[in-house]
Design a protein around this ligand. Structure first.
Ligand SMILES: C[S@@+](CC[C@H](N)C(=O)[O-])C[C@H]1O[C@@H](n2cnc3c(N)ncnc32)[C@H](O)[C@@H]1O
Length: 232
């Protein structure tokens, strides 16, 4: 993970925490003065991973916006959503969205509810820890699964792909779209595809579709976007 300078931020400091609202612009020039809509994200800079907008999330949300016709009227589930920018954009363009993060992380889940309310979208918020099977997961049938920067800790890959594979098998036409920092080449993804009986159907350099203004704020990152399906 690398930190982002994307968006304009306003802050309200308390003694020990710094809560900010970052503004993310879509359409037009993707700027404060030229956009079709904006999303406001509540972040806490001193807290944990799920309280911050990571660069992979900026890339994935732009992709959702550019592919918005594909997202209209479709059920979408975001894994490890944290501050949930891609899921909120999906909801804004007409998806039926479930935002998920670690079940026991009440602060992150509560912030996801606040962010959904702040942006006047009606996302469902659900605790979903990778590799854990509570009754909720059996009823999930998303058409599109999103995950921004969820491939960041190799010790969590098996749990993540256990959940992704289960969800794909539960909805065989579904696709998992994820952005990740490419630090060690594509062979890691290839290995995971073989191990989990999946296939990577598309691979894009995240910068190939980013508006210049956003791309410049992410300089130095090597972010890839892939789509994964079951290998039938
Ligand atoms: C690097 S952050 C990315 C957050 C957000 N997607 C973004 O890109 O801004 C990783 C996210 O995965 C979540 N996460 C990590 N391990 C998880 C697990 N075992 N089950 C569910 N979520 C997990 C974290 O809580 C965090 O929100």
């Amino acid at each position: 993970m690398e930190t982002s300078s994307e968006g304009s931020r306003s802050s309200s400091d308390s003694a020990t925490r710094m809560t900010t609202i970052s503004h993310h612009y879509f359409g037009g020039g993707s700027s404060q003065f030229d956009h079709l809509f904006s999303v406001e994200i509540i972040e806490n800079m001193e807290d944990e991973y799920g309280m911050f907008v990571w660069p992979c999330s900026i890339v994935l949300s732009e992709y959702v916006w550019l592919q918005r016709s594909r997202f209209q009227g479709v059920s979408v589930l975001e894994l490890g959503a944290g501050t949930s920018l891609p899921g909120i954009v999906a909801a804004k363009v007409g998806s039926d969205v479930i935002l998920t993060d670690k079940s026991h992380n009440s602060e992150v889940l509560s912030n996801m509810r606040s962010i959904s309310d702040q942006n006047k979208v009606n996302c469902q918020i659900l605790g979903l820890s990778w590799g854990e099977w509570d009754s909720n997961i059996f009823n999930l049938h998303p058409k599109i699964i999103l995950g921004a920067d969820v491939l960041y800790d190799t010790t969590g890959f098996d749990d993540l792909f256990a959940t992704v594979t289960f969800l794909l098998k539960n909805s065989p036409e579904a696709v998992f779209i994820t952005t990740y920092h490419n630090r060690s080449g594509h062979h890691l993804i290839e290995m995971l595809m073989v191990k989990w009986g999946l296939k990577c159907i598309r691979l894009l350099d995240g910068f190939s579709f980013m508006p210049p203004q956003k791309a410049s704020s992410l300089q130095g990152s090597n972010i890839q976007l892939i789509e994964i399906t079951l290998h039938k």
